[in-house]
Design a protein around this ligand. Structure first.
Ligand code: CA
Length: 622
């Protein structure tokens, strides 16, 4: 070996010098700066840039732009990352700021960083409220508006519409093409499942294996397409709620090939799954080991668990949310797996969002069975440990379960209609029961039509309850045309393609072609219900008063000082006529009414008749 080394020494030395040269050359490339641009005039004047490039930490960054100063440079374990803490002074003008990176050797690198002007009224945007009704859809499964993007270069899983868990080609263009349908159905807000790039081999059509927090998946469209979709939705009277995930991300992310720091993610000696017991986080008796596994265990093999206790991770995620709000003009965020992220970080996230956008809305997925467990996570909850999430909205998972069961049971002390009554009686736990989203199913559950035994009457009762109880309703796409699917068949079955969304579909639910009579009637029912709801001041602004169900009939009122709506749900296989004396405190001053669903007129309110398995929404008249 020595002899060979002696003979070839000049060659080896030359090769070494050459390789060093390459290394310097590699160092002089910035792969990414995130956030990719920012804005002037934000309330928060600090901005943290994550700079990614080979050996970038060897550089000395500087900036030459009026109003922009570097406060601190943070180097981390991995030399390919550098964090720059900037101060954007209050009156800084929009423009291109020159960031310069000087290396010990070689030429300095210059990067033009855009500071944009904020859209007028950006900070004053209004989130969603009780006047809204949310339509939830999964972009890969709603409509394929652009077959040319079904497969894209560099994206590893290929479209396959025959595979329930494959990509089916739905996209942003498809949603855009059918905004008139969604608005026409009476909905006012659109919750779109995640649209971030998910470039992983395992099924990722659902959008929850994010591989780039700053990029829309090219199979759905571009970032600009997403922004255009939001603009067009607004023109159609639809707010847009963006689905976000902070707990985990997909293993195809560049971080997983080259982590910024070992504690960027929660790591375990061997793969460790979360125990999914969010109850441990509020349980005063819970073991630390169980809480740790809940928070730091991975969601799935290909979904790494982000460590939000690392302040750099925390700041990255907070800025990412603000970037999307400002860039795309969204109205709300739905946060996935809400309790799975570190709670104090999540509270700080909310504080930062509301600092920039005081009226912006966020709803957290607190997937828990009992109201006690859900209520803990809503803002200002009077809990013993002093924690405040500042989270404004939560989904009503307990009511979702109650709806699925109540209409399938016989009526008893706490079964059947009484289950709905009892579940809502727990509202004393919530800081604000009006800031709860009622729903019957979503992309993670059996389709509500299946849960209710494919009984259209039961589905209608469920929809009436969701649309008229306190808070605001969310309906899952396809419910209006009786789409079916059991969750245990596989998630692909509860997220099937919306008929008419693909060229040559034999059924087209957008124009009604090929729908069965039952489907068309249900679609018309939902449309009528949602259009009526958006004009009902009593439902939007009113209080709720409900009465103990008797003989399986649940009666409640939504009322303001001026208006009252009486909802009657008859959970019986027989019709019921009942006297109304016991509702006197709600009926006082009202003498007649009209059922907005059947258009039945009641010339008196002393005795009310309800057909079997039917709900009435009676607008009361004085
Ligand atoms: Ca497509």
């Amino acid at each position: 070996m020595n002899k060979i080394f002696k003979i070839y020494r000049p060659v080896i030395l030359l090769a070494f010098v050459f390789l060093m040269g390459i290394q310097i050359a590699i160092a002089q490339k910035i792969e990414r700066i995130e956030p990719p641009f920012w804005w002037t005039g934000m309330k928060e004047t600090s901005l943290q840039l994550m700079v990614y490039g080979s050996k970038i930490s060897q550089s000395r960054p500087s900036v030459d732009y009026p109003g922009l100063t570097i406060r601190e440079i943070q180097r981390v374990e991995n030399p390919d990352y550098l964090f720059i803490n900037l101060e954007v002074a209050e009156n800084t003008r929009p423009g291109m700021a020159a960031l310069q990176f000087r290396f010990p050797k070689g030429k300095p690198l210059t990067y033009s960083y855009a500071l944009k002007e904020r859209a007028s009224g950006s900070a004053e945007r209004q989130g969603f409220d009780n006047g809204d009704a949310i339509y939830l859809l999964m972009p890969d499964r709603f409509s394929n508006g652009n077959p040319d993007n079904d497969n894209m270069p560099g994206m590893v899983d290929r479209a396959n519409r025959n595979n329930p868990d494959g990509r089916h080609g739905g996209d942003l263009k498809g949603i855009e093409n059918h905004l008139d349908y969604i608005a026409g159905m009476g909905f006012t807000a659109l919750w779109i499942n995640p649209v971030f790039e998910c470039n992983v081999k395992t099924p990722s059509y659902h959008g929850y294996s994010i591989t780039d927090f700053y990029r829309v998946d090219p199979r759905l469209g571009s970032n600009d397409d997403y922004k255009a979709l939001v603009d067009k939705a607004h023109k159609n009277g639809l707010k847009v709620i963006k689905d976000m995930v902070f707990n985990h991300f997909g293993d195809g992310h560049y971080w997983m090939k080259n982590l910024p720091m070992p504690d960027w993610i929660n790591q375990w000696p061997t793969f460790t799954r979360s125990n999914f017991r969010a109850g441990t986080l509020t349980d005063p008796h819970a073991a630390e080991a169980d809480k740790d596994k809940m928070l730091k265990g991975w969601f799935d093999v290909m979904m790494a668990d982000l460590n939000q206790e690392n302040p750099l991770v925390a700041n990255y995620l907070i800025q990412n949310s603000i970037w999307w709000i400002e860039f795309a003009g969204i109205d709300g965020i739905r946060m996935d797996t809400y309790p799975y992220s570190e709670r104090n970080f999540m509270a700080e996230w909310m504080r930062r969002i509301h600092q920039e956008y005081p009226n912006f809305s966020v709803v957290g997925e607190v997937w828990m069975n009992s109201p006690q467990q859900v209520a803990y996570w809503q803002q200002n909850y009077r809990n013993g440990d002093g924690f405040n999430s500042y989270l404004d909205h939560v989904f009503d998972f307990p009511l979702k379960y109650a709806v699925g069961e109540a209409f399938m049971e016989s009526n008893g002390w706490s079964t059947g209609a009484a289950k709905l009554y009892e579940t809502l009686s727990y509202d004393f736990l919530y800081e604000d029961p009006q800031k709860i989203i009622a729903f019957a199913d979503n992309h993670d559950f059996d389709r509500i039509f299946n849960t209710l035994g494919e009984d259209v009457q039961k589905l209608r009762m469920a929809l009436v309850l969701i649309a008229t109880t306190r808070g605001l309703p969310q309906i899952y796409y396809g419910t209006e045309i009786l789409m079916t699917g059991w969750e245990n068949q596989g998630h692909g079955y509860i997220r099937q393609d919306f008929p008419g969304g693909w060229p040559n579909d034999s059924v087209n639910a957008f124009n009604g072609n090929g729908l069965s009579e039952q489907q068309a009637e249900t679609q018309a029912f939902v449309k009528h219900l949602m259009h009526w709801r958006r004009k009902s001041d009593a439902v939007i602004h009113g209080k709720l008063k409900h009465y103990i169900p008797e003989e399986g009939v649940y009666v409640y009122f939504r009322y303001t000082d001026e208006q009252s709506v009486m909802v009657v749900i008859n959970n019986n296989k027989e019709s019921r006529s009942f006297r109304t004396e016991r509702f006197a405190e709600s009926l006082e001053g009202y003498s007649t009414g009209t059922d907005v669903l059947s258009r039945t007129y009641f010339d008196q309110l002393r005795i009310i008749h309800v057909p079997a398995m039917t709900a009435r929404i009676i607008e009361l008249q004085k």
